[in-house]
Design a binder for this molecule. Structure first.
Ligand SMILES: NC(=O)c1ccc[n+]([C@@H]2O[C@H](COP(=O)([O-])OP(=O)(O)OC[C@H]3O[C@@H](n4cnc5c(N)ncnc54)[C@H](O)[C@@H]3O)[C@@H](O)[C@H]2O)c1
Length: 339
């Protein structure tokens, strides 16, 4: 019995156009929609956590297994296996490293092993972009990005695609040098945008139409009473914003509610655990808004809280598109899996 798989390293992934944000936004939208059409299998994350608490995890690290199947034009199964080494920066290594395995949904055989590191940042940026498209004010001009790491680049790219009205970007990082590095790279890419490295989060949030949090915070540093009317507060990672950001919101929107409750690290999840937020308080998942059963932003005054936990089906959608292109154009290395 012989069986080959395709191996796609980071360079091969670039050749498949993994960094195409417009395509990733379409993939992510499709994944949200297929989720609500029940054309996915989305069993949630399994967290291989070092230590006992989230605080331990943010020092010692974790590896998350995120399996899934996505139907529609993708028709692909697989798993995202993402290592997070928070102390990797001391060795000059990125925090996140991602391996994606794709499996034929019929035979269940593996067909591809790929570096999914770029997929992960691109699809997370795309998720943020979809949230901005549906939930931010149509004329949003100021965004504050908290956390100037790997995700910040794709959050910004997608934000500028989905809200081309943006003119000013405040950047806050607990390590100001990270914000400096992020800004000097971004200035070259977006010369018409005004960038501001700030350590005054309150002032930055108070003037922002969009606040996009991609940090490793485990203690909230953003207060709800700083949010101006019409703000979209995006809790893209863990415990970054206080309960008031949820309580004062006119709408609470998420990507995958059951997964958020299962992961149990974001503000709205912790509030749900403490009985401060109920299932019926949730306005919508993004997919419900995309298929039209729930409303997007309805006025310029609404404050909207958004939380994303992510799911393997988002990565598998992007990976499946890249894999199909690799097959068509002979990109990557064919490896004998069974000889
Ligand atoms: N929602 C999703 O689907 C999804 C997907 C991928 C990553 N994430 C999350 O996004 C976050 C960022 O990921 P990354 O790959 O960019 O990480 P990274 O390590 O590359 O960057 C994180 C940045 O946040 C800064 N930071 C840490 N704590 C902070 C604090 N309290 N206040 C301000 N800045 C702080 C760090 O200095 C660093 O510059 C992680 O928590 C990750 O789990 C979410």
């Amino acid at each position: 019995m012989k069986h080959n798989i395709i191996f796609l390293n980071n360079k091969a992934m670039e050749e498949t156009d993994v960094l195409d944000m417009h395509a990733a936004i379409e993939d992510v939208k499709n994944a949200y929609i297929l989720n609500h059409k029940q054309d996915v299998i989305n069993p949630g994350k399994c967290v291989l956590r070092w230590g006992k608490t989230v605080d331990d995890e943010n020092v010692l690290g974790r590896i998350n297994a995120m399996p899934g199947y996505i139907g529609g034009e993708y028709d692909m199964a697989g798993i995202k296996w993402i290592g997070s080494g928070p102390m990797n920066y001391k060795k000059g290594l990125p925090r996140a490293s991602v391996t994606v395995i794709l499996n034929d949904p019929e035979t269940k055989l593996p067909v591809c092993v790929a570096d999914g590191t770029a997929i992960s940042t691109v699809r997370t940026g795309a998720s943020g972009g979809v949230a901005i498209e549906l939930l931010a004010k149509s004329n949003a001009e100021v965004i504050t990005i908290c956390g100037a790491g790997a995700q910040a680049h794709t959050q910004l790219e997608a934000a500028l695609i989905c809200r081309p009205t943006l003119k000013k970007v405040n950047v806050y990082d607990i390590i100001p040098a990270n914000a400096d590095r992020f800004i000097s790279l971004s200035k070259n890419k977006y010369p018409d945008i005004l960038f501001n490295n700030t350590n005054n989060v309150e002032a930055a949030v108070r003037e922002s139409d969009i606040i996009d949090c991609v940090t490793l915070a485990t203690t909230p540093f953003i207060k709800g009473n700083w949010l101006k009317k019409g703000a979209l507060i995006m809790n893209m990672s863990d415990y970054e914003v206080d309960n008031d950001c949820v309580e004062l919101a006119d709408k609470v929107v998420v990507d995958f509610w059951e997964s958020i409750k299962h992961r149990m690290i974001s503000t709205v999840a912790l509030m749900w655990k403490d009985g401060l937020f109920k299932d019926e308080d949730l306005h919508a998942e993004l997919g419900e808004i995309l298929i039209g059963t729930k409303r997007h932003r309805e006025s310029d005054d609404e404050i909207i809280y958004f939380n994303a936990v992510g799911a393997g089906i988002l990565d598998i959608a992007v990976a499946a598109r890249c894999y199909q292109r690799a097959r068509r154009e002979n990109i990557g290395i064919t490896v004998p899996f069974w000889e």
